[in-house]
Write a protein that binds this ligand. Sequence first.
Ligand code: TYM
Length: 328
Amino acid sequence: MRIFSGIQPTGQMHIGNYLGAVKQWTELQTRHDCFFTVVDLHALTIQQNPQEFGKTSMETVTELISVGVNPEQCVLFLQSHVKEHTELAWIFNTLTPVSELERMTQYKDKARKNKRNINAGLLTYPALMAADILLYQTQGVPVGKDQIQHLELARMIARKFNNLYGKTFVEPETLVSKEGAKVMSLQDPKKKMSKSDGTQSYISLFEEPASIRKKLTEATTDAGKEIVYNPAKKPGISNLLTIHALFAKIPLKDAEKHFKNKGYATLKSETAELLIDVLEPFRRKKKELFSREIYVKEILKAGARKARTVAEATMEDVRSKLGLVPSS
Ligand code: TYM
């Protein structure tokens, strides 16, 4: 199966990114034909500091490798290195009703948070995302729950293009994991974990032990004492239980059993120690890769070369279907 997914370079990856998406990437790469990309062009919808932006993009690539994305098993590249993404995004812009774009939850959210920079890119973001995916004849897209709406739009765009111009694109399937597809904020467990809600609300995959302990100790819990999985009534405890079960690699039911008759403080401290343990190799690998920028750049160069081969073939087909005059 052809798999494609992406992540924005917006600072350190958190456990939500991992449990919702990147962990799936590391599993899928061993069995499938995978393309993974750091979507630097998407990140430009929020104003970036040019002095920092390149470093952050490189850091995200390094982080992906540190947590197990293996460039020998997948194609790993930077979105801006393959020009076809923006070319196809433009074409998709001409096929996408503005009303559909305005319905997108992420757009509404970001527009609310960035009132002073509601740029056109923020609105047409899903057309670029559809281009990312459809360029590679992707069959499966592993993502967290918050991206499902964008994936539906990508399928709609594929369908529309195919109907108008003949079969060109595959309609990709959304691969959402049963658990962990929406890890919630530690501060407000009714909201998804997100970097934009302040550092107390998330745990980075490279967080120092003392900070992990502090954030978990201060995590919001619920009324009562019982440790049970019930997201509607106990959102905080259910979130911590899910995090615990997924990192311990045990079923939720077993985690519940393990914490039966124990207090919230025990759930928090055991989860903290578990995270410290499991994340330790990630921190170590990232430190090790920090001094190997040339190696990481070589990976990106090779990745872009492979990605381009597929993307160029799709674009040639698209241009010809649209009746664009070939340049040679
Ligand atoms: P981004 O960078 O916000 O997040 C990367 C991945 O992490 C998932 N995720 C979560 N999963 C569970 N719980 C959470 N709290 C949580 N927060 C984030 C996201 O669902 C995502 O899978 N638009 C995308 C990037 C993108 C993309 C693509 C993805 C651009 N082109 C093509 C797939 C295919 C985004 O902003 O993800």
